[in-house]
Structure formats: structure tokens, C-alpha cells
Design a binder for this molecule. Structure first.
Ligand SMILES: [Zn+2]
Length: 174
């Protein structure tokens, strides 16, 4: 017995349902199939996470690395920063997921050192807050800012000098 016709009908019905769910995600709030949250999500970086990013940037510079597993930098992160570190991938191309044959490895991250330095020097802006479509992964809107939007960190950098991964030894800045 052939089911092709029914398969086609189901596929059409399913794609219509998917479209309906996507269009109404904010009133539905939860996926009718798996109950997962589908409402647009506001995600913001916060000073502790940006401070942790600066510490990781320095760790990378000292260790002559730019890719690492989160367990290697665990000592630089608080519990929240450890859980939220991966969020940084969506914030301005400083942190990325290295890919091998199109696959990314769990808990493996990289830092674009040049961009990090520009950001901490106050010469590059990044999104500070984004609104995320959780179904498509698309960023719907963002508010951007500079390191100066984190006064504690920028005054720390102002007092101690900016760590520069391109200069060989800067023990005094650690
Ligand atoms: Zn679902």
C-alpha cells in the first residue's frame, strides 16, 4: 500500500502549522509540540560577563592561544559567567565557535583577539542587548555600546593600562 499522497498532505499540513507557530510565537509562548519556550527572548551582556571576557582575552594572550575549552578557563569565570559564556557568540563576533568540517565541538570556543583588543580599547562597539527569535535564531533588534558602558572595567583598564596580546611580556598588567 502506498502512502505517498498522505505523506504529502501531512508535509503540507505540517509546514503550515510550523508557519502558524512561527508567526504566533509571542502569543503562544510555548511550542505546542514540545512545550519549549518559543517567545522572542531578550538577551543582554552584563558587567561580570564582559569582565570575564577581558580576563579570558588576557589568559589567551599570556598562553599564546585563541581557542580553548571552557573547563580550561573555568577559574576565570563565576557560576553565571560559566553558564552564560556561550551567549557571547551572539555579541559582535569577538567570541566564536570553531568549526571543523562544519561541526562545532561542545564547550570549545575561540576569541578573535584583534576584535577583542579593539573593543577593550574603546574602538569597537558590540551589541549590549539583543532580541532573539528563538525559532529561527535570527536577531530581531539590538542595542549597541562600547566598553565605556561598563564604567568599572573601563576605569580598571584606564588605571592599569590595556592588556595588549601583541606585546610579548606585560606581567604588571596581570
Ligand atoms: Zn517544539
Amino acid at each position: 500500500m502506498k502512502h505517498e499522497y498522505y505523506d504529502k498532505v501531512d508535509k503540507e499540513r505540517f509546514s503550515k502549522e510550523k508557519l502558524y507557530i512561527h508567526e504566533n510565537r509571542n502569543s503562544l509562548e510555548r511550542c505546542p509540540y514540545c512545550a519549549g519556550s518559543i517567545k522572542d527572548r531578550k538577551v543582554a551582556v552584563y558587567r561580570g560577563l564582559i569582565r570575564a571576557l577581558y580576563d579570558v582575552y588576557r589568559w589567551c594572550g599570556v598562553n599564546r592561544r585563541h581557542e580553548f575549552k571552557t573547563r580550561e578557563i573555568k577559574h576565570l569565570l563565576g557560576k553565571n559567567e560559566y553558564n552564560r559564556f556561550g551567549d557571547l557568540v551572539r555579541f559582535g563576533g569577538i567570541v566564536y565557535k570553531p568549526k571543523e568540517d562544519g561541526e562545532s565541538e561542545k564547550a570549545l570556543f575561540g576569541i578573535n583577539m584583534a576584535r577583542a583588543k579593539e573593543f577593550f580599547a574603546g574602538k569597537r562597539d558590540i551589541p549590549l542587548q539583543i532580541v532573539l527569535d528563538q525559532i529561527s535564531g535570527e536577531i530581531l533588534s539590538e542595542v549597541r555600546g562600547y566598553v565605556g558602558d561598563f564604567p568599572e572595567l573601563s576605569s580598571f583598564i584606564g588605571k592599569n593600562g590595556l592588556y595588549d596580546h601583541e606585546k610579548p611580556v606585560q606581567i604588571n598588567l596581570l
